[in-house]
Design a protein around this ligand. Sequence first.
Ligand SMILES: N[C@@H](CCC(=O)N[C@@H](CS)C(=O)NCC(=O)O)C(=O)O
Length: 276
Amino acid sequence: MERIEHHASFDGWQDVYQHESTTLGCTMKVGVYLPPQAQHGKVPVLYWLSGLTCTEQNFITKAAVQRYAAEHGIAVVAPDSSARGEGVADDPAYDLGQGAGFYVNATQEPWAANHRMYDYVVQELPALIEAHFPVTAERSISGHSMGGHGALVIALRNPGRYRSVSAFSPIVAPTQVPWGHKAFEAYLGSDREVWKQYDTVELIRTVQERLPLLVDQGLGDEFLESQLQPDLLRKACDETGHPLTLNLRPGYDHSYYFIASFIGEHMAHHASALKR
Ligand SMILES: N[C@@H](CCC(=O)N[C@@H](CS)C(=O)NCC(=O)O)C(=O)O
């Protein structure tokens, strides 16, 4: 891993690394925050998955997470939101291709060669992080919008791998909304049964492990009705007895101003699970 940025932050270091990803077949950039506690021993890791159009930069520059990561002694790993670069399949629209990997393993052409963010986040990235940094294998996962969908799906599908999960404004039912229809049709093909393995509301009905979900959603979010529909998540959790804390926040929109306002609460949630 090659370090390409290095900034002192809250007595720790906000760095950016790049590496050749074997899963994605491209060079990937990853934000890594190491809290001051990492200078004296190993610390647990929060993985953060960003939303549509994001790179590794959005979360590390806009969410104000470093203060809380330093307070709790948690490393924060924030990868780019998709495979990227020349030779990686793309589309002119912001919601398909580069910047829009949807945290799936694509099976359809031309996407299948590179767009495999599910395997990258679940396997390759943590193996790399745990080999190169002073971190334990204690992991939590969170994300925003498309990344909130990714975090929930990945935690639900990998019981025991994450101590806690949370999401901001997640796409909880991609099989039922336009962003998901477009991406899943392209990446996974037209068989809608196949799509369900990447749909939180569908997964809630099948999982055995009842890992509590913490979700924050702004009520001024421009995508609330069209793409996010948190009521579908509440209904699925009510019907299955799956533990859910759904905080509906009047006035907040879909932006990082919202994330920065409540990231401290999410970090406290993850810290209490990681310290157990
Ligand atoms: N209208 C937006 C849709 C994409 C969007 O809102 N992306 C969210 C995630 S779904 C985001 O985090 N954008 C980057 C930022 O706010 O820094 C655009 O075209 O950029």
